[in-house]
Design a protein around this ligand. Structure first.
Ligand code: ATP
Ligand code: MG
Length: 692
């Protein structure tokens, strides 16, 4: 007993629910710190897993560990991602329902690593056949490909995901993984043409230059040195110590062949990657009329070859804009600034759409064509809340997404939990929590929300500007409690605000957004003649990405923010129809340093991840709950009266069973018959939870 107490003192408790001082944030932090210092990076709050990034390799992901967690009751082993994965899997198999695991946390907290480890766990522990081996390999290898094209080195993370990802793993009735499907969200296209100091473009560019063989680079018209490419050097850190581009290139190349990319696909794909680099090196100068002309024809020749587009038409499209005037098309020359703008717009469009093509292509290879019913486990690895020195449209979208996911968590855990007790007629003292619905509404409400206001401004081309958008915001949502206008800045947050900024008080903290570029990024315009060039490309991927139907002027494409809003709404619908598991990742310090536990930084994350509220709700509630029928089915063998068959109502059978086992009245509650549940308190119903 004494030994156990000393051990507990050293390594803390493995479930926060067991903390003596469960309402104190300091006790919470102390427990997390103790465990982190002992390399125990995982701790539960009931069935939610809190994970702190170790920033070093731990030997807890071996095959032996995977086998250890396989099929074992959740609370019987120390907390682990594998326990979360295994639990979702086992419930899916026994109850034949769909699940998702939501992995959240800020940039660098370990979301992507966690989702990869879960996928590996399924790949190793689920039953498979030789035939299914290929599906397994494709599921695993889709990661390096998507990371090459969708991840980049940022100041916060050397392998930061710059897109959101939701992946369904499909299982057949035997529990074997038989297919998958990926949804991607809003890739950060602006990175293609601009990177902040200390950051890089997407990995694939550097991988290609470092790893591509001589013949390939020669065919693409590329030099090996990244310093030669304007799109690769703005962050001034083409080489990163922790990244081995050459090696990663080999992995990506191998992945392509397993995921069923044809040689033609690969040729077209790298033709596009190289073209983006060539676009970046196109320079314009002014002719005597002040119009833009291309300074050197080399790059454009390469692009014309690689994308299979007509050289002179491309040249014209980069320096002119086609305008329709009185049902006539007129070519209007661009000035140098606009020509650079058009060049960057086309590079971003090509890259962004190629990324979507890539996801579709991978989906094609993961698709399971047989029509038997399948169950799924979805893994959601989506960008965390972001506060940079300058926050733009991208951060606005990312943080809005985090508000939506927080809302989902509230709906599915805090609110749902409390409502369930009410429905069951079980006594319950409400726990206060901040409901961020008010912020979601501020952003997404029809007509009155920020996205609607932004879209409205985008409908006034030539008249509206980022500043007029700001003015509209002030007029329409200026008095909202979570919006800070320039006029009210000092009163609401005691901090002044720049004249081009607006500030939102998010659930996770306040963020100041610079409105410059909002309209342009939301419109995401590509000049019509550039679109025409691409629609007629001989490069198969480009042709798939730019359809002739887009040239129809009567169709006004949805704005970026609205598309994003709609895709988030359908994501939330997908998630709401499944059983949730949560992994909350915490970043221990800003320096990517192992062993360093920055109290201030972690306290902030504990706060905004809502971990204390979650703990309080968990403490007040019952850890294990099952419908009467399922409960009886599972445990009837423990009581002579219910074994082998119980012929009366299930609720009565459960009551007999519980009494026979000898639980004290305060250890369980029976829910109302309308919503039949049996709930047993922390000791666990059967198979007592042992805490080491
Ligand atoms: P972003 O939102 O920027 O994509 P993220 O939450 O996905 O961030 P990861 O890329 O998963 O963060 O993790 C960042 C880095 O932290 C990894 O590259 C790895 O070096 C380290 N790391 C994360 N989790 C672990 C782990 N379980 N074990 C060892 N190292 C880890
Ligand atoms: Mg990531």
């Amino acid at each position: 007993m004494e030994g156990a107490l000393i051990a507990r003192d050293r390594v803390g408790v493995q479930d926060f629910v067991l903390l003596d001082s469960h309402t104190s944030e300091t006790a919470f932090l102390n427990n997390l710190r103790k465990r982190y210092q002992e390399n125990l990076i995982y701790t539960y709050i009931g069935t939610l897993l809190v994970s702190v990034n170790p920033y070093k390799e731990l030997d807890i992901y071996t095959m032996t560990q995977m086998q250890l967690y396989r099929g074992v009751n959740f609370f019987e082993l120390p907390p682990h991602l594998y326990a979360i994965a295994d639990n979702a899997y086992r419930v899916m198999c026994s109850e034949y329902n769909n699940h998702f695991i939501l992995i959240s946390g800020e940039s660098g907290a370990g979301k992507t690593e966690a989702s990869k480890k879960i996928l590996q766990y399924y790949a190793v522990t689920c039953p498979t056949t030789e035939q299914l081996q290929i599906v397994r390999d494709r599921l695993l290898l889709s990661n390096p490909v998507l990371e090459a094209f969708g991840n980049a080195k940022t100041l916060r993370n050397d392998n930061s995901s710059r897109f959101g990802k939701y992946m369904d793993i499909q299982f057949d009735f035997k529990g074997a993984p038989v297919g998958g499907h990926i949804l991607s969200y809003l890739i950060e296209k602006s990175r293609v043409v601009h990177q902040n100091h200390g950051e890089r473009n997407f990995h694939i560019f550097y991988q290609l230059l470092e790893g591509g063989d001589k013949d390939l680079l020669c065919w693409l018209g590329l030099e090996r040195n990244p310093q030669k490419y304007s799109y690769l050097i703005q962050g001034r850190c083409a080489k990163v110590f922790s990244i081995n581009d050459k090696n990663d290139w080999k992995i990506v190349r191998k992945a392509f062949s397993i995921i069923d990319f044809s040689e033609k696909d690969i040729e077209h794909l790298f033709g596009i990657v190289a073209s983006v680099l060539h676009f970046g090196n196109i320079q314009f100068e002014e002719d005597s009329n002040g119009h833009a002309i291309i300074r050197n024809g080399t790059q454009i020749k390469w692009i014309s070859k690689l994308l299979g587009v007509h050289l002179s038409i491309l040249q014209e499209a980069l320096t002119h804009r086609k305008i329709e005037a009185r049902s006539e098309e007129v070519l209007s020359p661009l000035n140098v600034d606009l020509a650079f703008y058009a060049r960057d717009a086309v590079a971003k469009a090509i890259y962004g759409r190629t990324f979507t093509w890539l996801v579709n292509k991978i989906n094609g290879s993961l698709a399971n064509k047989d029509s038997t019913r399948k169950t799924v486990i979805g893994l959601l690895d989506i960008y965390g809340f972001e506060v940079l020195d300058t926050n733009s449209f991208e951060q606005f979208c990312i943080n809005y997404c985090n508000e939506k996911l927080q809302q989902l968590l509230i709906e599915m855990t805090l609110k749902a939990e409390q409502e369930e007790y009410e429905l069951e007629g079980i006594e319950w003292e409400p726990i206060p929590y901040f409901n961020n619905k008010i912020i979601c509404d501020l952003v997404e409400q029809k007509y009155k929300g920020i996205i609607s206001i932004l879209d409205e401004e985008c409908l006034r081309p030539g008249e509206a500007t980022d500043l007029s958008f700001l003015e509209k915001l002030e007029e329409k949502v200026g008095d909202h409690a979570h919006f800070v206008t320039r006029k009210l800045a000092d009163q609401k947050t005691r901090k002044s605000i720049d004249w081009v900024d607006f500030r939102l008080l998010h659930y996770a903290g306040e963020v100041t957004y610079c409105a410059v570029g909002f309209l342009e990024k939301n419109n995401d315009l590509l000049y019509r003649n550039l679109k025409e060039v691409l629609c007629n490309s001989k490069n198969g991927i480009i042709r798939d990405c730019f359809l002739l139907s887009e040239l129809d002027n009567r169709r006004r494409p949805e704005t970026v923010a609205t598309q994003f809003k709609n895709s988030l709404t359908s994501l939330i619908e997908i998630l709401m129809s499944k059983e949730p598991s949560y992994v909350r990742c915490i970043k221990p310090n800003e320096n990517k340093e192992p062993g360093k536990f920055d109290d201030y930084l972690i306290r902030h994350q504990v706060k905004y991840l809502g971990l204390m509220e979650h703990l309080r709700v968990r403490r007040a509630g019952f850890a294990y709950r099952r419908k009467y029928e399922l409960f009886l089915q599972r445990y009837k063998s423990l009581c002579p009266a219910t074994w082998p068959h119980w012929h009366g109502p299930a609720a009565e059978g459960v009551e007999r069973l519980i009494k026979y086992i000898g639980y004290k009245p305060e250890e369980y509650k029976l829910g109302s018959l309308f919503c039949p549940r049996v709930q047993a308190k922390y000791k666990g119903c059967l198979g007592k939870r042992e805490y080491k």
